[in-house]
Design a protein. Structure first.
Length: 267
């Protein structure tokens, strides 16, 4: 066993490294093309500078505090709107999905607003709430509510009827039925909506910050474009992409833990 255990550890490490390399290959290839294409004259380096130049600009923005200040401004708005959407849309979706009278009452209203793009309403939010923090957080909240709400409604309505019949045959009260059957069965679909909303929260906010803001990553990208500081513009875009990937991975980890806990409750 003393000899076998190190071999098992080495094999596990080797498998993990191969997975990391395999999953990173496409990104590394993209960055290599980004670096070489401008240097080989395949694209105009004025409009697409090499990736190394972008990273130099990124480091300069970080060193002088611009990148950190704008990132914190965007994250504060995005997380606030996203969090409000979660605490609003999940209970409302459970209510609409489970109680038919509520669905019949709110259904027409939901159909009207779900087909109205958030960015199309941005001028309305600005007119009603101004160009300050309230309008930006509100537009993120509006945009994030719909993927969470619609996925939650769908999750409740598509629970396996056999599970519901078994639960009712045990004379479970409504609260226990929700706790033991509805919520565990609906959790994966609900988290799908939450992950979609996480991506939407960043994209919509960046677009809103480009219209009227004095801070934020959208403002940074827009200001760099107007000043023709192209490397700084791409540095802001890269930062937005990295934040989106990290945010999604955090939500995936939370989903795994949450659904695992629900399975433990059922067992």
């Amino acid at each position: 066993m003393e000899i076998a255990l190190p071999q098992v550890r080495k094999a596990t490490v080797g498998i993990s490294l191969r997975k990391i390399v395999y999953r990173s290959a496409a990104i590394v290839g993209l960055l290599a093309v980004w670096e070489l294409a401008p240097r080989l004259g395949l694209v105009d380096s004025t409009f697409l500078p090499p990736f190394s130049d972008v990273m130099v600009a990124w480091w300069q923005l970080l060193a002088d505090g611009q990148l950190l200040d704008n990132t914190l401004a965007s994250l504060g708005r995005s997380l606030t709107g996203f969090g409000l959407a979660v605490v609003t849309a999940v209970p409302l979706g459970l209510l609409i999905g489970w109680y038919k009278p509520v669905a019949e009452l709110l259904g027409p209203l939901l159909e009207v607003f779900r087909n109205t793009a958030a960015l199309a309403l941005l001028p309305v939010f600005v007119l009603l709430l101004g160009i300050g923090e309230t309008s930006k957080i509100s537009i993120v909240l509006y945009a994030c509510v719909w993927p969470i709400l619609l996925n939650t409604i769908s999750a409740v309505r598509t629970v396996d009827p056999t599970l519901l019949k078994l639960a009712r045959s045990l004379d479970l009260p409504p609260i226990r039925l929700f706790q033991k059957v509805i919520l565990p069965a609906a959790a994966p679909t609900v988290f799908t909506g939450i992950r979609l909303a996480g991506a939407v929260s960043i994209l919509v906010l960046v677009a809103a910050e480009m219209v009227g803001a004095k801070a934020g990553l959208g403002y940074l990208v827009n200001a760099a474009q107007f000043n023709f500081a192209i490397p700084q513009m791409y540095a802001g875009i890269v930062t937005i992409s990295v934040i989106g990937v990290v945010f999604n991975q955090l939500l995936v980890a939370l989903e795994r833990r949450f659904t695992s806990w629900r399975r433990d409750q059922l067992s």
